[in-house]
Structure formats: C-alpha cells, structure tokens
Design a protein around this ligand. Structure first.
Ligand code: TRP
Length: 334
C-alpha cells in the first residue's frame, strides 16, 4: 500500500496571528499538507509555560485554531487537534525523559538565553525558569515522535528542537536495536522572505510591529498608513528593491501588479501615501475573506471545539500505537 509521508507541526497559541505568521508558517504548512499526510496541532501545553492567565490562554487557543481554519486548513483532509487532548503525548514525554541527557537540555537556546539573562542581572541563575521551559524540547520531541513525522515545517528558531528530537529518538532506537521511533527532519522554508513589520524590522510580536491577520478593515488601513518610509518627496523616483512597503506588496500582489507598481516607483511622481493606498487595496483584497471566515467561526465556537475534538479522535489511535510500541520495547508492557 502506498503511504504518504507525514508532515507535522505544532502551533503555540501565545498571541494573535499576524501577517508574518501567515506567510512564514501558515501558508507553507498548508502548502505542504497537499502532498503529505498532515498532522497539525495547537501546542497548548507549551503555551502554559509562559501563559498563566486562564482566560487569556483559553481565548488564544480558540483564536489561533479559528485562524488556521479561516486561512484554509481543511480538517477533513488533515488531522487538526489540541496537544492537550492527546494524553499519550505526556506518556511518551515521560518515557523519553529516561533517554534525554540533562546536558542536552542545558544546551537548548531558549533555556540558555533565560539563564544568560539572569546572569546579566547578577541574580539567581534559575530565577523565573520553570521545569516546563527546561524540559520543553522533550515535550516537543514527544509531539513529533508520537505521530511518526517525516518532516516538521518550522521556523529557523525551532531547528535545534528538531535536532534534539532526532537525538532522543536515536538514543531510544540504539538502545532497543530497532526502529521504535521514526527520525524526523526539519523543513525550514528558506524561500519565504522575512516579512517586514511596520517599522521595517522583521514582523514579530516581540517587536510590537505586526499587522494582525484579522484586523478590522479600518484598523488595517490605519496600520498600513503607519508603515515607516524614508523622506523622499512625491516627485522623486524611488527604488522598489530597498522599500519595505514594496516588499510587503509583493506578498499580496500579482506579478503584473508588482511590475506596474515598480515602474511607477521608478518613474517618480508617486508619493508614499499613494503607495500605501495601493498596498492597502491588495492586502485587504486577500485578507477580507479570511477575516469574514474567522468571524463566522468565532461567533459559534461550539463547532470549532467539535472540529478539534474530532481531530483528537483521529489522532489518538496513532499516538496509542507509538506508545504501545515503545512500552513493549522497553519491557513495561509485559
Ligand atoms: N516550539 C514550537 C514553537 O514555539 C511549537 C511546537 C510545539 C512544535 N511542539 C511542536 C513545532 C512540534 C513543531 C513540532 O513554535
């Protein structure tokens, strides 16, 4: 029987989705789902490490899930679920702990950065660091290894975590002298341009320079008008290649539209205000239908919860099989 390869990724529900997430993560992952058996999930236990406000976490889980559905994720074609609905994740995570060197966790970038920050402040090196952060890569390895993932679409910042999942899986397979766990590969979308934010730096929640994916039309327009440009006058010819505004435009406009706008930039006579109006037009054209779908889903969250529950029901037998395999190999299932 021909089996499709498995693509899996986790989405940490720690903030509202923005245009950078859309082009950097959502679109490439949905593209991959056309050729792979995709398993995409909301990593709510990962979010818990940093989010302690229950109302905020609950709202984020729903909004991020609704966002992916609004952006085109088809829950009939791929398995879409919440990490917290798969108890096998936590069972596997505990099993993997026995194969994870503490030294490996010491080297994780996120943990190291937190320790470093504490050292710079001159206080307790462990201040504010919970075990969830320290063991984060083990939980993530469990997410991945549970579902026999071949590829894991992630941003560059997550590559180290995938390498750790490989290390941990190899330690298991080596010990039991059999392929108990499949070794996953990271799929980093190199071709996706860095999406510039309102201030020209990479669009990121931590820079506070994002365009929310589902911003109401009025707010969207306001944000676009706020994009930082240089001080060239209306009549001056402008270089599209060095304009963040133009770079954003290329993400939303057709090749014909891009060529036309580039020509207008170069010939002069078009001010930044007008260029922003044109950018708003194409951004709103693409995002308006997403926004509408998002609002419809959020208006009746019962249906959304049911979709995630159905996803979990499809996911659990796969997870169960992996845990059983490892328990048997380990001598725990007698
Ligand atoms: N750590 C990822 C992030 O911060 C989210 C995540 C959790 C994940 N589990 C995963 C990504 C498994 C890929 C595979 O974005």
């Amino acid at each position: 029987m021909f089996m499709k390869k498995v693509s899996l990724t986790g989405i940490k529900p720690t903030g509202i989705l923005h245009v950078g997430n859309y082009f950097g993560a959502i679109k490439p992952a949905l593209e991959l789902a056309k050729d792979y058996d995709a398993r995409y999930f909301i990593a709510d236990y990962h979010a818990l490490n940093t989010m302690k406000d229950p109302g905020e976490l609950a709202a984020n889980i729903r909004e991020v899930a609704a966002g992916w559905l609004a952006a085109g994720l088809d829950p009939e074609r791929l398995i879409f679920y919440r990490q917290s609905s798969i108890p096998e994740t936590f069972e596997l995570s505990t099993l993997l702990m026995a194969f994870t060197a503490k030294g490996l966790m010491n080297r994780a970038h996120a943990y190291k950065a937190a320790v470093q920050e504490n050292a710079e402040k001159g206080g307790d090196p462990d201040a504010g660091i919970n075990m969830g952060l320290f063991t984060y890569p083990v939980l993530m390895a469990a997410d991945i290894l549970l579902f026999d993932a071949d590829v894991v679409p992630v941003g560059k910042d997550q590559v180290q975590h995938i390498e750790m999942a490989q290390d941990i899986a190899q330690a298991v397979n080596f010990n039991y002298k059999q392929e108990v766990l499949k070794i996953p590969q990271a799929a980093v979308q190199e071709t996706v341009a860095v999406v510039p934010g309102l201030d020209g730096r990479k669009m990121s929640k931590s820079y506070n320079n994002t365009i929310p994916l589902f911003a109401p039309e009025k707010q969207l327009r306001k944000l676009i008008m706020r994009i930082v440009t240089n001080s060239q006058a209306v009549e001056e010819p402008k270089d599209p290649g060095s304009s963040q505004l133009y770079l954003l435009y290329t993400l939303f406009a057709s090749p014909g539209e891009q060529a036309a706008l580039a020509a207008r930039y170069r010939s002069g006579g078009m001010g930044w205000g007008e260029a922003k109006e044109e950018l708003f037009r194409v951004v709103n054209r693409e995002l308006a239908p997403l926004r509408e779908r998002f609002q419809t889903i959020m208006a009746g969250p019962g249906a959304l919860d049911a979709i995630l529950e159905q996803g979990a029901e499809k996911a659990r037998p796969i997870a169960r099989a992996t845990v059983r395999r490892l328990r048997k190999a380990a001598g725990i299932d007698l």
